[in-house]
Design a protein around this ligand. Structure first.
Ligand code: AMP
Ligand code: MG
Length: 543
């Protein structure tokens, strides 16, 4: 148990009147307020404060997020702010808590999980909307089970950078305000091989309108606690979905519409993941946001070579449940679990099934638009089906860097070209950066060239200028993504005491669709050394 002395409070960095803290205000609390591990019944959260660390130090922060929250660079540079962002102090108006939730992990109900190392500080409501600030790695809570409530620098750098990179890519996501070192060491067995090592401890302050997950609702249904389920869902509607008809005094119809909205948002989120080549890696229902935001950046990864079967998560290597090509299906499986969770309030299986069917529609429609943009067509039509199917074969037949492939496709001249006349070399030349030269033998090359010829003919049918087509494609196909090996390089350097690459990558990822020639090296495909290095090709859950 932690010492009972409350944390010091600062009054000059945040405007205390902006803290609304609706979650704590409106929902039932665990009557106990210590961090002994326990099953928490009939409550949505437990009041618990962060546990202080040795020496908080701010390593990096997001300018955009700071601006949204009205925090100046000066404020962020202060030691008092580092103290708040690492869990050694609170601001006036904050009311910290850990959320109770459950979840299906790898397809099985896992019971109570909850915020085992995340502590929400409070929700600020202002002109820029509602923003909940949450420290990840802030120390033990009643939900920590056998673990320490802490996070290492390695996983914190990954969460910090990826949250902001995803935001700038236009992918719905939770955000990150800051990354702090704690000055404490944390022991982790990264390879699960019985050889634990000491790593640097860190805390990320992440930010979202809410961190409610599918598992937040599931737990009450599994416990047959329909009263708390209803209280939580009514709260969710009132505070986070005010535009749904009846949100103020929900009926069965309101709940069904809400479920449909979660399906819609989830479909949109996953379509974006597929567009940019993001693989979440651990899509358990406790890691699925009801706001349709990418949440809980753990063993995620980015596709280097296009491979629908790839999963970054070493724990998932056997079943590959969370592989890239299966994410749309798993999202729907998770939505089915959410449907079961709200069934006691809806009592209409058909209506919820309709929501799940709508998910398929939403996803198909989002994908159709997205692929049209990625390929630079006015509109994707039924006749394009074969071209798309063969594209899959082209991308998987030869090791192809997905990001570079789509980006370079925009460089193939279409407007004035006579596709039949274009030489294989002319067609392949803009694409070469996406391939490993030694793998591009005559057979592979001719398949790619065949497809490119068909692509040129199809693009010509739209009758647009190359510039117009390129603009559309460049807005859908990022030049820069947070390649696994780039994040790992930033981690390696930060571990050695030099955090500059974190800031540099953050800078690059702020404009992922721009050419940024000064950062060209960050757009190159994965170097050979990164193919088999942990952190670059496979990620451990240990964090
Ligand atoms: P995750 O796989 O990161 O989504 O975590 C699953 C569950 O384990 C959640 O309830 C987390 O809060 C909890 N958890 C993960 N790491 C830790 C840790 N170091 N200390 C306490 N709880 C943890
Ligand atoms: Mg989680």
């Amino acid at each position: 148990m932690k010492p009972s002395a409350p944390l010091p409070r600062h009054s000059d960095l945040f405007d205390a009147s902006l803290f609304e803290n609706s979650f704590v205000r409106d929902l039932p609390a665990d009557p106990e307020t210590n961090d002994t591990r326990r099953q928490v019944m009939s409550a949505c959260y437990s009041k618990v404060e962060p546990t202080p660390v040795a020496s908080p130090r701010l390593l990096a922060y997001s300018r955009e997020m700071a601006e949204i929250l009205g925090l100046s660079a000066e404020a962020l540079g202060s030691q008092a702010m580092a103290d708040i962002l690492a869990g050694n102090a609170l601001a006036e108006g904050m009311d910290p808590y850990a959320m109770c939730y459950g979840g299906h992990q790898f397809g099985h109900w896992a019971g109570q999980l909850g915020d085992g190392r995340a502590i929400s500080l409070g929700e600020m409501v202002g002109d820029s909307g509602r923003w909940e600030l949450q420290l990840k790695g802030a120390g033990p809570t009643p939900y920590s089970r056998g673990a320490d409530g802490r996070a290492v620098l390695r996983s914190s750098v990954r969460e910090f950078l990826c949250s902001e990179a995803m935001f700038h890519l236009g992918v719905p996501t939770t955000r990150a305000l800051s990354l702090c070192l704690t000055g404490d060491r944390v022991v982790r067995d990264m390879f699960y091989d019985g050889r634990p090592e000491q790593e640097l401890g860190a805390v990320v302050c992440r930010v979202a309108p809410s961190f409610l997950r599918f598992g937040s609702y599931e737990i009450f249904t599994f416990r047959r606690d329909v009263d708390t389920l209803k209280t939580l869902l009514d709260y969710t509607l009132r505070v986070h979905f005010p535009d749904i008809e009846g949100a103020e005094s929900p009926t069965v119809h309101t709940y069904v519409e809400w479920f449909r909205e979660v399906c819609r948002r989830t479909a949109r989120m996953v379509a974006h993941w597929q567009r940019v080549g993001f693989v979440h890696g651990v899509m358990n229902t406790d890691n699925m946001s009801v706001l349709g935001l990418t949440i809980d950046y753990g063993p995620y990864g980015w596709l280097d070579n296009y491979d629908p079967d790839w999963t970054p998560n070493t724990t998932d290597a056997q079943g590959r449940r969370y592989r890239y090509g299966y994410q749309p299906h798993i999202a729907q499986w998770n939505l089915a679990r959410l449907a079961e969770a709200v069934l006691p309030l809806v009592n209409d299986v058909k209506a919820l099934e309709q929501g799940l069917a709508d998910y398929t529609e939403f996803f198909a429609e989002a994908t159709r638009r997205m692929m049209g943009d990625k390929l630079g067509f006015r509109e994707l039509v039924e006749e394009d089906r074969a071209l798309l199917e063969d594209l899959q074969e082209v991308l998987t037949g030869t090791e192809t860097d997905m990001t570079i492939f789509y980006r370079r496709l925009a460089e193939i001249p279409v407007e004035a070209a006579d596709a039949a006349e274009m030489s294989a070399e002319d067609l392949l030349a803009p694409m070469s950066a996406a391939y490993y030269e030694e793998q591009l033998d005559a057979e592979a090359g001719s398949k790619i060239v065949d497809w490119l010829r068909r692509y040129v003919l199809r693009a010509q049918e739209d009758g647009r200028s190359d510039g117009e087509r390129r603009r559309q494609m460049h807005a859908a196909n990022p030049k820069y993504v947070l390649r696994n090996y780039l994040a790992q390089l930033a981690i390696d350097r930060a571990d050695e005491g030099d955090p500059s690459l974190i800031s540099e990558l953050l800078e690059v990822m702020r404009r992922p669709y721009d050419e940024q020639p000064e950062f060209e090296k960050y757009a190159e495909k994965r170097p050979d050394w990164a193919r088999s290095r942990p952190g670059c090709s496979m990620l451990s859950c240990s964090s």
